[in-house]
Design a binder for this molecule. Structure first.
Ligand code: PLP
Length: 383
C-alpha cells in the first residue's frame, strides 16, 4: 500500500521514535518536582523550548507547548477573545479555516462575539484587502491560516499582516501554520504575527503535542487552569518525551525544508498535469500552492467511492482533511470557493511526503486512471 496522506499524519522520524523511548525511560520525573530528577526533566523542556524558538527565530519564552494544534488554535482564538474583550468583541477570519479555528469562532459567536468570515476567491486564496476591509476599531483578532489543509492554497500573510496592523494596530494576528511549516518559509516577523500554531505530528514528530507562539507582551485567557506550567498559559503536567521529540522534529523538518520542497514540488507538478488531462476530473489545487498537497474533484462521484477504489488498487488517499473525512456533507472549503455541491462531494486529497519517488507517482497515476475508468463503466451500467 502506498501512503498518500502525509497532511493528515506524517510518519515520525526514526530519531523522534528513539528520543521518545529514551526520554520516557530516563526522564519520567515531573518537571515541577524540586528534586534532581525533576530538575533534569525541566531542563529538557527548557532546551526544547529554545530549539523551537530558534527554528522560528523568536524568543524561548514566546513558545508554549500544548496537546496539539487543535488546542493551540482554541487557545489562540478563545484565549485572545476572552482576554481582550474590553477592547471589543469582533473577530475576523476566513471561510477556509480548519475546524479548530472555525468552530472556536462559531462558539464565540454563540457567546455574543461578532465574527466576520471572509470568503476566498475561486482559487481558494483570500484577498488581503477583503480582510483589511473587515477590520474595525473593536476587532481584537484576525485569524488566517498559512496553507489550507484541504486544497493546499497559500495565503498572502505578509500583505494581510501589514494591512491589518495599518487599520488597527491593536488587533492581534493569528496564523495557523500547521500545513506550512517545513514546506514553506515561516516568517513570523515579516507577517507581523502575534500568535502562530503548529502540530508536531504533521512535521514527523509525535502525536499529541502542539506548539503555540505567543508574542511577548500578549496575554491569553487560559483555557486550562490548574498549575502554573507554561507561564500560566496552559496548566497540566508537561509531556516531557513528546515535547523533546517534537523539538527534534521541528528542527529537522525546518532544516530539511528547502531540500524537501525542491524534491517534492516537481512530483506534485507531474501529478497535477496528469490529473488535468483526465476529462472526468477537476483540479482544485494550484501549481503555486504548497509543495505537498494535490486536490481534485470527480464531480458527480462521491469522494469516498473513488478513495475506496484507489485503496483496492493499493493507494491510501484522503477525501479531504482527516478530521472531516467521515462527514458525508460537501466540503465547506470547496463550497466557499464557489464550487457546486457535486464537485464539493467528490473531492480527493493526495499529500506527498519524503518517501515518495517519481515511480510512486507514476503508479498512483495508473491507479487513478484505472479507478476513474472502472467507476465510469460501473456508472454507465447502472443508467
Ligand atoms: N490546523 C490545520 C491546518 C490542520 O491541518 C490540523 C490537522 O489536520 C489542525 C489544525 C489540528 O491539528 P492537531 O491534529 O494537532 O489537533
Amino acid at each position: 500500500m502506498l501512503y498518500w496522506d502525509y497532511a493528515a499524519a506524517a510518519p515520525p522520524y526514526e530519531e523522534v521514535v528513539q528520543t521518545l523511548e529514551q526520554v520516557m525511560r530516563k526522564h519520567f520525573a515531573n518537571p515541577s518536582s524540586l528534586h534532581r530528577a525533576g530538575e533534569e526533566a525541566d531542563k529538557l523542556i527548557k532546551r526544547a523550548r529554545e530549539v523551537c524558538a530558534a527554528a522560528l527565530d523568536v524568543l524561548p519564552q514566546e513558545i508554549i507547548f500544548t496537546s496539539g494544534a487543535t488546542e493551540s488554535n482554541n487557545l489562540a482564538v478563545k484565549g485572545a477573545a476572552l482576554q481582550y474583550q474590553s477592547r471589543g468583541r469582533h473577530i475576523v477570519t476566513t471561510e477556509l479555516e480548519h475546524p479548530s479555528v472555525y468552530e472556536s469562532c462559531l462558539q464565540l459567536q454563540k457567546l455574543g462575539w461578532e465574527v466576520t468570515f471572509v470568503a476566498p476567491d475561486p482559487q481558494g486564496v483570500v484577498e488581503p484587502s477583503r480582510i483589511a476591509a473587515a477590520v474595525r476599531p473593536d476587532t481584537v483578532l484576525v485569524s488566517v491560516m498559512h496553507v489550507n489543509n484541504e486544497i493546499g492554497t497559500v495565503q498572502p500573510l505578509r500583505e494581510i499582516g501589514q494591512l491589518v496592523k495599518a487599520v488597527n494596530r491593536r488587533t492581534l494576528f493569528h496564523v495557523d501554520g500547521v500545513q506550512g511549516y517545513g514546506k514553506l518559509e515561516a516568517s513570523l516577523k515579516d507577517w507581523q504575527a502575534d500568535l502562530y500554531s503548529l502540530s508536531a505530528h504533521k512535521l514527523r514528530g509525535p502525536r499529541g503535542t502542539g506548539i503555540l507562539y505567543v508574542r511577548e507582551g500578549v496575554t491569553l485567557f487560559p483555557l486550562l487552569t490548574g498549575g502554573s506550567q507554561e507561564q500560566g498559559k496552559r496548566a497540566g503536567t508537561e509531556n516531557v518525551p513528546n515535547i523533546v521529540a517534537s523539538a527534534k522534529a521541528m528542527r529537522m523538518s525546518g532544516e530539511q525544508r528547502e531540500a524537501f520542497s525542491a524534491r517534492i514540488r516537481p512530483l506534485k507538478a507531474q501529478l497535477e498535469n496528469y490529473i488535468a488531462g483526465i476529462p472526468e476530473l477537476v483540479l482544485n489545487s494550484m501549481e503555486d500552492g504548497a509543495p505537498h498537497i494535490v486536490h481534485f474533484s470527480y464531480p458527480g462521484m462521491k469522494g469516498e467511492v473513488l478513495a475506496r477504489r484507489l485503496e483496492e488498487l493499493g493507494m491510501a488517499v484522503a477525501t479531504r482533511s482527516a478530521c472531516s473525512s467521515r462527514l458525508a456533507e460537501p466540503s465547506r472549503i470547496l463550497l466557499s470557493m464557489g464550487r457546486d455541491t457535486a464537485a464539493a462531494l467528490g473531492g480527493i486529497r493526495i499529500s506527498l511526503g519524503d518517501s515518495h519517488t517519481q515511480q510512486d507517482v507514476s503508479r498512483l497515476e495508473q491507479a487513478l486512471l484505472a479507478a476513474v475508468q472502472s467507476l465510469k463503466i460501473a456508472e454507465g451500467g447502472m443508467k
